[in-house]
Write a protein that binds this ligand. Structure first.
Ligand code: PAF
Length: 282
């Protein structure tokens, strides 16, 4: 596996691969890689001739300077893991390489980016669109792989792809969980042992909410019961729990209002001061 630091070198290798008619799988990451990322890289490896994994903590998507400063950075372990997964290239640029000048682009991301994470983290999705559009332009992927833990992010990236006219396939990949149900996240390392013991309750409550639907409760009732159930656990505090159309990300109050992809419940929950996100499909 080659570690690439510059956009020029990345262009050389992907242009050569494209000339040879090879398919390119791109896995964009912010590093601190775990088994969830490994599942994306494994899938990209199975489905493409060439696999590029980017490792870059993108400053423009952080709306909190402390979060950016303390985001885990584990480059050496990340590269060892990627080598073990059979990635061909790890693209590990510096912020100056990615942003030689400030990126002032404002994407018209529309309603998918206005709710939930978009409402709670102003500018976050514009920053995601900035970095992912650059990565797509540089790596020229045939397919790009994203984890469904960041469920709304996938809808936002689809919108950016439509706006920019990229010709590629977005491949959503299932959430990978610890055996106790906690969704894998680079932020989990910040959980204290006490918080780590409580955090799996988030997935348990979300999974229970699927049973509420089966028992005949409407979407707005399930949303309220689920929110209350989260907030009733000592040590958990929900920022939001929203049942939305799984394509448009718009809130629904009746199951019948969900479109072709059905409904999803999206949660952001503070656990011991750590902001965790998770979701479930209905
Ligand atoms: O999901 C992430 O890790 C990041 O938002 C992404 C897509 C790599 C862009 O920085």
């Amino acid at each position: 596996m080659e570690i690439i630091r510059t956009v020029n070198r990345l262009a050389q290798v992907v242009d050569a691969a494209r000339r040879d008619g090879k398919t390119i799988g791109l896995v964009p990451t912010m590093g601190a890689l775990h088994a969830g990322h490994k599942s994306l890289v494994d899938r990209a490896r199975r489905e493409n001739d060439v696999v590029v994994v980017s490792v870059f903590v993108n400053p423009t998507q952080f709306n909190n300077a402390d979060d950016l400063r303390t985001y885990p950075r584990t480059e050496e372990a990340d590269c060892a893991m990627l080598e073990g997964c059979g990635a061909d290239y790890a693209f590990v640029p510096t912020p100056d390489e990615v942003y030689p000048e400030p990126d002032n682009r404002v994407f018209d991301l529309g309603p998918v980016a206005e709710v939930m994470e978009g409402a709670m983290r102003p500018g976050h999705f514009n920053g995601v669109a900035q970095i992912v559009s650059k990565l797509f332009a540089w790596a020229k992927p045939t397919r790009a792989y994203f984890g469904e833990k960041d469920f709304q992010q996938i809808a936002v990236i689809r919108r950016m792809v439509e706006l920019e006219g990229f010709d590629l396939e977005i491949v959503p990949c299932p959430i990978v969980r610890e055996t106790d149900g906690l969704a894998l996240s680079s932020r989990n390392v910040r959980l204290s042992p006490e918080a780590r013991a409580i955090a799996p309750q988030i997935h348990r409550i979300l999974a229970d909410s699927v049973d509420l639907k089966k028992q005949g409760y409407e979407a707005d009732q399930v949303e309220k019961l689920t929110l209350d159930a989260i907030n009733n656990i000592d040590g958990l505090e929900a920022e939001y729990y929203s049942i939305v159309d799984a394509r448009t990300m718009q809130p629904i109050s009746r199951w019948a209002d969900a479109g072709d992809l059905g409904a999803a419940g999206c949660a952001t929950v503070y656990c011991g001061g750590v902001r965790l996100i998770d979701n479930i499909r209905y």
